[in-house]
Design a protein around this ligand. Structure first.
Ligand SMILES: Nc1nc2c(ncn2[C@@H]2O[C@H](COP(=O)(O)OP(=O)(O)O)[C@@H](O)[C@H]2O)c(=O)[nH]1
Ligand SMILES: [Mg+2]
Length: 594
């Protein structure tokens, strides 16, 4: 299906043309028919010569109803611009065209109506010239009469050609269905309609509705007046929602694929075209079918920050329109550059921000997003509309490899974090010489990281994580004073390895319980009992000496062979028993287990 919105001055024959093409009545309201004037959006469709379907969103032309017009054209990428041959270019012709231009609509067709009343030539020439200066560029023109039917076959053929030009919809994209109508159907409940520009809807789908705590569920789907199990973009759809009260949603709301959109009330945008030097401080932002009051804060020459009166599911790259409702004036188009911009608290922050924005183009470049955000979850970027998989077609570098979980990092920032981690661990070791490394959570806070997994991913040899702490992997990590003390133990006891330093000697050496604990954890000392320590190689040496004794041997024989005291021999043999190097027999003698 191909959806096209009408545009043009009031009474130029838009609704008449839609009626003539489709045989359907676009003016749905009794009041519209009584007054002969479109007030709200109308919907009608027909089959084209190619066999394809065109659906029209017929908009009101009167200046009072421009907001309704914008809700209709917002989600629709193609326009049928209607100008009456007898009246020519008029103020709402210009305002509607300005709106299409602001929204960046690039596909369109000119129908010069009421050609039975006047020569369509001058109106055609003027309108084509006006249109050529906008995002629509040069468009085909067809002269028609809704009264006589002249030109209608040519118009149908031109619509077919336009449909063939439109880019193929992305049916795998998430759904963002801007609601343009909501009503209640007796027995079915709430129904909303909209133009599905991308993605796919199925009966039974769960969708997200901003402001609703629970997902809403698709109970039924209609397209072109018939019930369907599914609808794929592009399509006009009516969605019956299960259990959602009618007053919970209306025009300007959006039904979304759950978890795929970031709701924001703060965006930085670029103004399209030649930005007016002085934008009013308050305007209305029109995007999709929504119209939301915004406060405007100028940043750079063509960039501003918008504070929205209510959050919207906006994406980087979205086109929107600013309008001054008081002056009935389209102030211009905007392109969303950032849907999650930083606060501007410091002095000079706005100027700095303007510099950053000057380099953004609203295309959601992953490398540039990572440079600015440094660290962010892939899911968060996707919800902002930034593609996280490298797109070879766009010739951009692939930085999309997560550093941990689904965290993406700017490579330079990540390297710097790694260096800072090393520094922090070294500093911690200096300040806490007896602890076996810096707790992971302390590091996480120190580096201001949002997730422990990031700290863990940053640890590289010679550092390692052990027992929830980050420290050096080797015994070289022994704190300086302890290392010196162990050195002296080695020097004094190296040639009589089974003589443990006496308690007062340990004190002299500066080896209290905490220092001994650190040395033992680092593998520099072996603790047999409180205040009984040996050098770590003593165990193997002892087994060798004991193996040379006649088996079994007594405690006394062992003590003499090892040239030590009971203070050492008793716990040493018990340790060897526990390790399975020796075995204690029922008579308390032992053998070395070979
Ligand atoms: N003679 C003539 N009258 C037309 C034609 N198209 C529309 N009209 C009349 O112009 C008036 C406005 O038409 P309408 O379709 O409501 O205009 P809209 O406001 O642009 O939707 C109506 O009285 C129509 O009957 C046409 O091609 N020829
Ligand atoms: Mg009308």
């Amino acid at each position: 299906m191909f959806v096209v919105a009408t545009a043009g001055h009031v009474d130029h024959g838009k609704s008449t043309l839609v009626r003539a093409l489709t045989g359907m009545e676009p003016d749905r309201w009794a009041e519209e028919r009584r007054r002969g004037m479109t007030i709200d959006l109308g919907f009608a469709w027909t089959t084209l010569p190619s066999g394809g379907t065109v659906a029209f969103v017929d908009v009101p032309g009167h200046e009072r109803f421009v907001p309704n017009m914008l809700a209709g054209v917002g989600p629709v990428p193609a326009a049928l611009i209607v100008v009456a041959a007898d009246e020519g270019w008029m103020p709402q012709s210009a305002e509607h065209l300005a709106a299409l231009d602001a929204l960046g609509v690039a596909y369109g067709l000119l129908a010069v109506t009421r050609a039975d009343l006047a020569d369509p030539g001058p109106a055609t020439a003027r309108a084509r010239a006006e249109i050529a200066a906008t995002s629509l560029g040069r468009v085909p023109a067809v002269a028609v009469s809704g009264l006589t039917g002249a030109g209608l076959p040519e118009l149908r053929a031109a619509l077919d050609r336009l449909a063939a030009e439109l880019p193929a919809p992305v049916v795998d994209d998430p759904v963002r269905l801007w609601v343009d109508r909501s009503f209640t159907v007796r027995g079915s409940g709430t129904v909303v309609t909209g133009t599905l520009g991308a993605g796919r809807l199925r009966v039974g789908d769960e969708l997200e509705l901003a402001g609703a705590d629970e997902p809403v569920r698709v109970r039924g789907l209609h397209s072109l007046g018939a019930a369907r199990p599914e609808a794929a973009a592009v399509a006009r759809v009516a969605v019956n929602l299960r259990g959602t009260p009618r007053d919970r949603l209306g025009r300007g709301d959006a039904l979304l694929t759950p978890g795929r959109f970031h709701h924001t009330d703060l965006v930085d945008v670029r103004l399209a075209g030649d930005p007016a030097a002085d934008l009013p401080a308050t305007l209305t932002l029109h995007v999709g079918s929504a119209a939301v009051p915004v406060r405007v804060r100028p940043l750079g020459p063509d960039t501003v920050r918008l504070r929205l009166a209510r959050p919207l599911p906006l994406l980087v790259g979205d086109r929107a329109l600013l309008r001054d409702p008081g002056r009935h004036h389209v102030s211009g188009g905007v392109r969303v550059l950032d849907v999650s911009p930083p606060p501007l608290a410091r002095r000079g922050a706005a100027a700095a921000r303007a510099q950053v924005l000057a380099d953004l183009d609203g295309r959601g470049d992953l490398a540039s997003e990572l440079r600015r955000r440094r660290l962010i979850r892939a899911g968060a970027l996707i919800r902002m509309g930034v593609p996280v998989t490298a797109d070879p077609g766009r010739d951009r570098p692939a930085f999309a490899e997560p550093v941990a979980g689904d965290w993406l990092a700017d490579p330079a920032y990540w390297r710097r974090l790694g260096e800072r981690l090393t520094e922090e661990v070294a500093r911690y070791a200096r300040e806490h010489p007896l602890e076996p490394g810096m707790p992971v959570d302390a590091l996480r806070q120190r580096l201001a990281l949002p997730d422990r997994a990031l700290v863990e991913a940053l640890v590289r040899p010679p550092l390692r994580i052990h027992g929830g702490r980050v420290g050096a992997a080797s015994a070289d990590a022994l704190p300086e004073p302890v290392a010196r003390a162990v050195q002296r133990v080695r020097a004094e006891y190296g040639d009589r390895p089974f003589r443990a330093p006496e308690a007062d000697r340990l004190v002299d050496l500066g080896l209290g319980p905490r220092e001994i604990g650190a040395a033992v954890r680092a593998g520099a000392l072996l603790r047999l009992a409180d205040n009984v320590v040996l050098l770590p190689d003593a165990l193997d040496d002892a087994v060798r000496v004991l193996a040379g004794l006649p088996q079994p041997f007594t405690l006394s024989a062992a003590r003499q062979a090892l040239d030590t005291t009971r203070r050492v021999a008793v716990p040493l043999l018990e340790l060897l028993d526990r390790r399975g190097a020796t075995r204690r027999l029922p008579d308390d003698a032992r053998i070395v287990v070979s």
